[in-house]
Design a protein around this ligand. Sequence first.
Ligand code: CO
Ligand code: ZN
Length: 369
Amino acid sequence: MTVEINKEDIFRLAKKLCETPSPSGFESEIREVLIEEIRDYVDELWIDSMGNLIAKKAGQGEGKVMIAAHMDEIGLMITNIDKNGFLRFVPVGGWSPRILPAQRVLIRTIDGNTVHGVIGIKPPHIEKPEERQKVIPLENLFIDIGVTSDEEAKKLGIEVGSIAVIESTVERLGNPDVITGRAFDDKIGVVTAVETLKVLEDSKVDAYFVFTVQEEVGLKGARTAAFSINPDIGIAIDVTIAADVPGTPEHAKIVKLGKGPAIKVMDGRAGSGLIAHPAIRDLLIAVAKEEKIPYQLEVLPGGTTDASAIQITREGIPAGAISIPTRYIHSPIEIVHLEDVTNAVKLLAKAIKKVDSAWINNVLRRRIK
Ligand code: CO
Ligand code: ZN
């Protein structure tokens, strides 16, 4: 490997991507950032008709591997501007209403400008005792942008359909290898894919790195990209739940921060998401053992990734996933460990290099007669 995997680069890129808003369906801004980041490292680069960014890193043509990381994040969409200039919104993707009150938001106007606002909340002084115990329903929340009329809001470029994200920067914590920010789901997966394509060379297979759109609203970009690429296997890179915090019993921690990337075994309720193809799961485990890369096995009881859409595209595409252990997913204070990211890059790069026509035709699938 000529390019070194470097934690500083990972931090820098994570910061750049996380601080670029990209709610599902509105990924054009982050896509441009990514194009500049990867164009010198890939053989072909294009945007498909869904908006996915696809980068091909040519190998020796023994097969095709698709790597998917979604560049969209959960966000908010403005639905109404009242006559006093307050904004109502709906979620884009899976928000917990517990997260939103008292947050600062960044709104993108139709001409691409930024307007800052806050999600207002009643002060405790005038809260009724019963209100104190209750989660405020999403439909009762509003954004305050400090104006006094709908005309003023519209003059700023805010319209029905304008999008917003919670404002949050990427910062290092007490342990400088542990970082916090918004939308590590899945920009930390995007970073992993970018760093992998930079270090990957001499693979037997052609690698297609797909930065997918609209994962958070139904795994949409991955589905159509998998159809057009028609790969032999697909591997999604996404986050998974590190619930290794006070109050979670040992048996329910799923994975732990800093203990290595997770190799997916199953996700979704009762396997309704992905049951990883055994040959891919076992390949990833074998590579981790061989290269002495720490790893964890992941069974995630809810939620899934692009891999489950890839798996049931066309006549079926064997799929698996590598997950970055992440605390507080779908909040503006997600936490990841940079060591888990560098180890995920190593695992993914080494695994792609292991795939060749013999493995595809003898291990992955097999003709009996
Ligand atoms: Co998500
Ligand atoms: Zn995700």
